[in-house]
Design a protein around this ligand. Structure first.
Ligand SMILES: [Zn+2]
Length: 269
């Protein structure tokens, strides 16, 4: 195996181990439980999970998705969260190499995995994650070369403000809550990390992804169009895609601007 391959493999394993801890956070934070104590137990037989039954992904496969003691089925989501975190860590190490910005994105990935799965389960984004995430994102922005601290501060205001206006406007018009205030705080947090220039790309990518996933789901479920699909996971994915492809965004926008100008000219000249 080449040196790079070995490093990427290490990043995957490290990510999977972190993912194992994120599973605990996803389960315990909405229930208001401590994420450090007690050690993990089987929810059915209450037998503590031994370390050799807690190896990310592998243990689930070897135990065929069952508790080692009472054989109650263990959800496939546990190894999937571990694999997802491992893949994200590998991708960002590959993208930014050994650089402080990689650590920032690992922190952001881990936070967003927890937020996304809690949002999927409970349709909430816990304040205990998103609110401290705002000052933490501001501090982390010093390690992100293309985000100045001014941009981070503006991002918090704009990210929070833009969605707040949309959320309140929708509520006023539709007389029901379309987008939770949790999404507003999440976008403020994301833009604390990624700067004010990320506000539009994140909302744009989040909406596109949300539509691509949401519309087929609505058709499948034949719902009345009021199917509540949480927006948080799509904002999270949008932020990570934007960060990963950061160098393509400005040329793309320039190209888009030029293309619009061309259409404009061809119509009015
Ligand atoms: Zn058990």
């Amino acid at each position: 195996m080449t040196k790079i391959g070995l490093l990427l493999a290490c990043a995957f394993i490290f990510g999977a181990v972190i993912g194992s801890f994120l599973n605990v956070c996803i389960y315990r934070i909405p229930a208001g439980l401590s994420i450090v104590r007690p050690a993990s137990r089987c929810p059915k037989c209450l037998e503590p999970i031994r370390w050799y039954h807690n190896i990310p992904i592998l243990s689930w496969v070897l135990l065929k998705g069952r508790c080692a003691y009472c054989e109650v089925p263990v959800s496939i989501r546990y190894p999937l969260v571990e694999a997802l975190t491992g893949i994200l860590f590998t991708l960002f190490l590959y993208r930014f190499a050994f650089n402080p910005v990689t650590l920032v994105f690992w922190l952001l990935c881990a936070t967003l995995v927890v937020i996304s799965f809690i949002d999927l389960d409970h349709q909430i984004i816990p304040d205990v994650i998103s609110l401290p995430g705002i000052p933490i994102g501001f501090l982390c922005s010093f390690a992100v070369p293309w985000v100045s601290w001014q941009s981070s501060l503006l991002g918090i205001l704009a990210g929070g403000g833009v969605l707040l206006v949309i959320a309140l406007g929708y509520e006023l018009l539709a007389k029901r809550e379309g987008m939770g205030l949790g999404d507003v705080k999440l976008l403020a947090m994301l833009c604390a990390f990624l700067g004010v220039r990320a506000v539009f790309p994140i909302i744009f990518l989040g909406s596109v992804l949300g539509t691509l996933v949401g519309v087929p789901l609505m058709l499948l479920k034949k719902s009345d169009g009021k199917l509540a699909i949480p927006f948080g996971p799509f904002l999270a994915a949008g932020a990570l895609i934007y960060g990963f492809f950061i160098q393509f965004w400005d040329p793309l926008m320039r190209w888009y601007g030029v293309a619009l100008m061309d259409i404009w000219r061809s119509i009015f000249s």
